[in-house]
Ligand binder design. Structure first.
Ligand code: ATP
Ligand code: MG
Length: 578
């Protein structure tokens, strides 16, 4: 299938370049949904494929939603069809304009463009008329028992439900009452409108589901125009039909609702006949993926808002430094099936590593600095060394790095009492400075408390340009920055938000008790290569030996802040397997 230009990926921001990429996920392995669509096209059931992405604007999108975005927009794009961004705004008590904007931003950021934006609320008048149609056909009735009673009468999985005493109201009475409901004649809970299906159905969704309720609550788009609102099940399929959606793709929890979806379409004169197809949700370990729980984390202050870089939200991943293409390739690698499973967070982390590794520039940054004075290097002298921006990719060029008598190295790269197989610095030990010469530690300077404050070293001039030192090769190579030629920054190291793979496993306690209290470490006074001062834009780096980093949205020239996107290797799995 041709890739429709409307859905072409806009760009994948990378290192100072705009990369025009083909949609990576659009034509990968086929899946059961594509097979259904292919068969429908072959049978001539549709001339154009239409899908929709239907978020409820009651929170920010998370990576689970990305699966649905990828699927709906990807399919429409691949088949030269259309995909609507449709807000499912049927519950005004939980929805906000802030979420509407954030959702659109996130979909665009992921690289997709909708054919049209729609709101379930655009169709309220039409839905109301559909409800009247059901009433007039004797297929819906106004019930006046309260919510508790409705629940009791509904029965259970093993017992059939019982009819409400109001079930046999005449169509005329129902019509009149429903009009009065719309006109605000009743209090909340006084009446509801129910579909009249079958109180003995083995599928509980078909036991006369409520389709309209009274809510005296202004709506963010329709204001005070309505005081009755349709329920999701009623609005969804009819919204699909109005838009001419051909394949309505949703997650597995709606499987048992499909009979109801079809019942409405069978009994209402809608302009088209969509088909609902379910697929499994994306679940990730070490996080939670429900907007209700994510809202709690935000409201309780466990995180710094919806875009906290530890959140599984798209805005959090974006702020952390994930690229849209890494998320798309992650979703593509998970695939679309009907099988429920939990995906390893490590897989997502690998996708961003693989995405960044070939292109991002390398840089030297010292996060926990320890000063080293190279005593035999002349004071006042400095030299520029041309170093590759990417050791594996000469096309990415070189940059100058300044070397001088005083440098910083990582505290971790020195041990006072190093074991034999520690190949970095220790008393009298030698190590190579990356792109420079070998130094040897001669003296340790301490502060009053006995903490190592500074190392005095000597360099070996014969070891420049990678020449091995006399008496054999030095195994260790460490990164460094020159003390007078670096910039200071704050660096934020993120770890997983929860310390347990399944934060919801233990039902006896609150999921927030499984939060990883060490998921954020803020390091101040980090020393970075001076070239990094200007990078407050969309620039990612690999800090050599440390990981991939991205400037935080709060980073400025006056106060540089870098977020660690991901470490270089999967340290978590290693820790676990110890
Ligand atoms: P949550 O439980 O996180 O609040 P939701 O299903 O209520 O999610 P919606 O805004 O209704 O959120 O979701 C919009 C679309 O995204 C729906 O079609 C839904 O099926 C899909 N979706 C939501 N979560 C996931 C997920 N984890 N994996 C795949 N698709 C998802
Ligand atoms: Mg929902």
């Amino acid at each position: 299938m041709p890739n429709h230009p409307k859905f072409a990926i806009l760009h994948a921001p990378c290192f100072r370049q705009i990369e025009l990429t083909e949609m990576p996920a659009a034509r990968p392995r086929t899946n059961f949904i594509r097979q259904i669509i292919d068969a429908d096209l072959e049978a001539g059931r549709h001339s154009e494929i239409r899908t929709r992405f239907p978020p409820e604007p009651n929170g920010y999108l998370h990576i689970g939603h990305a699966k649905s975005v990828w699927l709906n927009f990807g399919i429409a794009g691949d088949y030269g069809g259309q995909c609507t961004l449709r807000y499912d705004d049927t519950n005004p008590t939980r929805e906000h304009e802030e979420y509407v904007r954030a959702i659109a931003d996130d979909v665009r950021w992921l690289g997709y463009q909708w054919t049209a934006v729609a709101y379930a609320s655009d169709y309220f008048e039409q839905f109301y008329r559909y409800a009247l149609e059901l009433i007039d056909k004797g297929l819906a009735y106004v019930d006046s028992v309260d919510a508790d009673e409705i629940r009791v009468l509904r029965g259970t999985l093993t017992e059939p439900g019982k009819n409400s005493p109001y079930r046999n109201r005449s169509a005329e009475e129902n019509h009149r009452l429903f009009e009065q409901m719309r006109n605000g004649a009743f209090r909340e809970g006084e009446h509801v409108l129910r579909a009249k299906i079958d109180m003995a159905s083995p599928n509980l969704n078909l036991r006369d589901p409520v389709i309209y309720r009274i809510l005296h609550h202004p709506h963010q788009r329709t204001g005070d125009q309505w005081c009755i609102y349709p329920l999701y099940d009623f609005a969804h399929g009819q919204g699909d039909a109005i838009e001419g959606v051909t394949h309505s793709l949703c997650t597995l929890e709606f499987e048992a609702h499909r009979a109801l979806y079809d019942w409405f379409l069978d009994n209402i004169s809608t302009p088209s006949r969509p088909r609902q197809i379910e697929f499994s949700r994306l679940n990730l370990n070490y996080t939670v993926m429900s907007k209700r729980m994510l809202t709690q984390l935000v409201e309780e202050g466990d995180v710094d808002g919806w875009d906290d870089p530890r959140m599984p939200t798209l805005s959090g991943l974006r702020r952390r430094g994930f690229t849209p293409s890494s998320i798309r390739s992650f979703i593509a690698s998970v695939g679309i099936t009907k099988k429920d499973n939990i995906i390893e967070m490590g897989l997502l982390e690998n996708c961003i590593r693989e995405d960044l590794d070939p292109t991002v520039h390398r840089a030297m940054a010292v996060l926990r600095p320890l000063k080293v004075v190279i005593e035999n290097y002349p004071a006042g002298k400095s030299e520029e060394i041309q170093v590759p921006n990417h050791p594996g990719n000469p096309e990415l060029g070189t940059r100058p790095v300044t070397l001088a008598r005083e440098i910083y190295i990582e505290r971790d790269d020195f041990m006072e009492d190093p074991p034999k197989r520690y190949f970095r610095l220790g008393p009298d030990r030698k190590v190579r400075l990356r792109y420079a010469f070998v130094i040897q530690c001669r003296e340790i300077i301490r502060d009053d408390s006995g903490t190592v404050r500074e190392l005095r070293c000597h360099y070996d001039p014969d070891t420049r340009h990678g020449h091995p030192p006399e008496g054999g090769k030095v195994k260790g190579v460490i990164h460094w920055v020159a003390a007078d030629h670096c910039v200071e920054a704050e660096v934020r190291l993120y770890d997983r938000l929860f310390s347990e793979a399944n934060p919801l496993a233990d039902k006896s306690r609150h999921f927030r008790d499984a939060l990883n209290r060490d998921s954020l470490e803020i390091l101040t006074n980090c020393k970075l290569e001076s070239g990094l001062a200007a990078c407050t834009d969309d620039t990612r780096y690999q800090f050599e030996r440390l990981g991939y980093f991205f400037p935080d949205r709060d980073s400025t020239r006056a106060k540089l802040i870098y977020n660690r996107i991901v470490t270089l290797r999967d340290t978590w799995t290693k820790l676990k397997s110890r």
